[in-house]
Every structure is written in structure tokens, then in C-alpha cells.
Design a protein around this ligand. Structure first.
Ligand code: DAH
Length: 341
């Protein structure tokens, strides 16, 4: 009998030493000291042992049970520690590795330029008024002295929803909408998207404009000149000069086209300014009296100045971008150049 006990003990020892996972250890443990294990089976066999040997037998089996259980517990402790170490190792973080650089976004060049322009004028006391992109024929044309069949409409051919509702072709309707609800003095900017059936290297069917309007007593071309000089010097540089060329817009009289000295050659003449030293930047003028009157402003008492510029155009000149499409292609290589951080 003694030999049998020793054999069980030795077998348990060898099984335990061969095991290297907690799961198989628990399986073997059940086979020895579990409810249906071999040591329990010995205890169940006690009834067949002669009564005077039973106590001694029981003690030996219990000792065996204790010894084998202790062997399992030792091994369990070893395996637990091993598993923990492996877990720590696999989840370890190498704090000496360089961190992942967060990708930071940046403003789109059109927003950079838009903000610069708005800020230049806000600094001079202008307020922002945004009109709707879907406009009526009245606000987009008629109230700006462009009646139906006026040739000026051809230049602004656009997308109509009905005969009277269209995608605005310019931000000038913002002038009318402001004058209808605001009494002079008025000093507003109306930025936003505009749409035209136009598509080439310098024109896009959708682009952005900023409209400016000042209405007060005694507003003249001198005010326009001073205002625009201040603006171009903020957006380009302090040496930038403006010049007025006579032009025609139905909603201004007189009308001018405004050029700035080329920001690349500073007036010497280069490829950007086609050798002239000047670049056209916006349209402007003194608000036509008819336009003031149609919007309910007394043209005997008040006069106004207005200007309208394309944000894409300013961005293309300022950053030397030859094709307008570059601004809409969302090419990250191009856009990242404007990340100033
Ligand atoms: N609305 C004109 C356009 O889109 C630009 C413009 C010219 C606006 C002269 C003005 C202005 O306010 O006075 O071509």
C-alpha cells in the first residue's frame, strides 16, 4: 500500500513538473485531489480496509492529499507569477520611443485671406452682413439697376431655379438688403459664395466675394481711395499702392476698377502683372443714386461708396497661385504649405 501511495505522489510530482500552463495544471489537480480524483478514490475505498487499520490508512491518505495539494499550490503560485510577468511584458510601453505627432489642421488659404480682408475692414469699423446664396432676380439685378434684358446680365450668366429665383452671381445684393433694413450711417461687408457659368484657369463656377458698402453724408471717391489704400496695405504690404481706372457697373456712378502695384515685382513689371507693374483687384464706385432711392435712402441727403472683390483672386495674387482650381482640389500637399504653426 505504501508503495502505491508513493507511486501516486511521484506521478503527481512528475505531472506537475511537466505542466506549464494554469489550465492544464487545474485539470491535473482535479484528477488527483478533485471530487473524482484518484486520492479521493482511495478515501472512498476505506470501507474495505479492516477496522483496526482504517485510522492509520486514513491518516496516510490525508497526508498524501495534503502533500499533493501543497505541490499543486506551489506550482500554481509559480505559474500565476509567470502569467503575470508575460502579461506585463506583452503590455509594456517603451517610454523611450518618440511619441506620435498629432496632425494639426490649418485654415484653408481662402479662409486665411478672407479673415485678413474682413479684419482689415472690421478694424475700420465695418460690420458683417451675410445675405442668402439663393436670391431673387430683384435683389440680384433689378434693385442694382440691372433691369431685365440689360446687357450687364450677360457677364453674370448663372444658374436659375425659376425665372425669378437664382444662385446669386455676386454679393452686391447684400448692399440692397442692408439698405432696406438699416438707416445711414452704414458701413458693412457682405462676404459669401457666388455662382456663375464660368470655368477656366482664373474662373470657377463657384467662388467667393466680399462686398463693401458705406452710406453716409458726403461720401466721395476720396473716401473710397483712402479705404482701399488702407485695406491693400494690410493684406499685401505697406508699400502697396492703388490706382483707379474708369469703368462701368450699373449700380455705381462713377465706377472704377482698382489696380494694386504688383506684389511680386513692386511695380517693375514681371510675369505676374504681365509687365505692367499693376494688377486689377476689384470693382468699386460711388453708389448710383437710383440704387439708393430704390432701397429707400434719400440720395439728396446721403451718398455711398461700394466695392466688390473676389477672395480667390486676392489669394491667387498674394500667394502666387496660377490656377484657381488648385484652391478647390483639397490637395493636402498644397494646403499644408499654409499651416503657419
Ligand atoms: N458685383 C460686381 C461683380 O461681381 C463687383 C462690384 C463692382 C461690386 C463694383 C461693387 C462695385 O460693389 O461697386 O463683378
Amino acid at each position: 500500500m505504501q508503495d502505491k501511495f508513493e507511486e501516486i505522489r511521484q506521478k503527481a510530482l512528475s505531472d506537475i513538473s511537466k505542466t506549464d500552463t494554469m489550465r492544464s495544471l487545474l485539470e491535473i489537480k482535479a484528477a488527483y485531489v478533485g471530487k473524482n480524483g484518484s486520492i479521493r478514490a482511495l478515501l472512498r475505498g476505506m470501507k474495505d480496509i479492516p477496522a483496526d487499520e482504517r485510522a492509520a490508512f486514513g491518516k496516510i491518505v490525508n497526508d498524501l492529499n495534503d502533500q499533493v495539494t501543497a505541490l499543486f499550490e506551489d506550482k500554481e503560485a509559480i505559474l500565476k507569477e509567470k502569467e503575470l510577468n508575460e502579461k506585463y511584458k506583452s503590455q509594456a510601453v517603451d517610454i523611450t520611443l518618440p511619441g506620435k505627432k498629432p496632425q494639426s489642421g490649418s485654415l484653408h488659404p481662402l479662409n486665411i485671406v478672407k479673415n485678413e480682408i474682413l479684419n482689415a475692414f472690421i478694424g475700420m469699423g465695418f460690420e458683417i452682413f451675410e445675405g442668402p446664396e439663393i436670391e431673387s432676380d430683384y435683389y440680384c439685378f433689378q434693385a442694382l439697376n440691372i433691369p431685365k434684358d440689360h446687357p450687364a446680365r450677360d457677364m453674370q450668366d448663372t444658374f436659375y431655379f425659376t425665372d425669378n429665383i437664382l444662385l446669386r452671381t455676386h454679393t452686391s445684393p447684400g448692399q440692397v438688403r442692408t439698405m432696406e433694413i438699416k438707416k445711414p450711417p452704414i458701413k458693412i461687408l457682405s462676404p459669401g459664395r457666388v455662382y456663375r457659368a464660368d470655368d477656366d484657369a482664373s474662373h470657377s463656377p463657384m467662388f467667393h466675394q466680399i462686398e463693401g458698402l458705406v452710406v453716409d453724408k458726403g461720401i466721395s471717391l476720396c473716401d473710397l481711395k483712402g479705404l482701399l489704400d488702407e485695406f491693400v496695405q494690410t493684406v499685401f504690404d505697406d508699400d502697396t499702392k492703388t490706382r483707379f481706372r474708369p469703368s462701368y457697373f450699373p449700380f455705381t456712378e462713377p465706377s472704377v476698377e482698382v489696380d494694386v502695384t504688383c506684389c511680386k515685382c513692386h511695380g517693375e513689371g514681371c510675369s505676374l502683372c504681365k509687365g505692367t507693374g499693376w494688377i486689377e483687384i476689384l470693382g468699386a464706385g460711388i453708389v448710383n443714386k437710383k440704387v439708393l432711392e430704390m432701397s429707400g435712402i434719400d440720395s439728396e441727403k446721403y451718398s455711398g461708396l461700394a466695392f466688390g472683390l473676389g477672395i480667390e483672386r486676392v489669394a491667387m495674387i498674394k500667394f502666387g497661385i496660377p490656377n484657381i482650381r488648385t484652391l478647390f482640389e483639397s490637395n493636402l500637399k498644397f494646403l499644408r504649405q499654409f499651416n503657419r504653426r
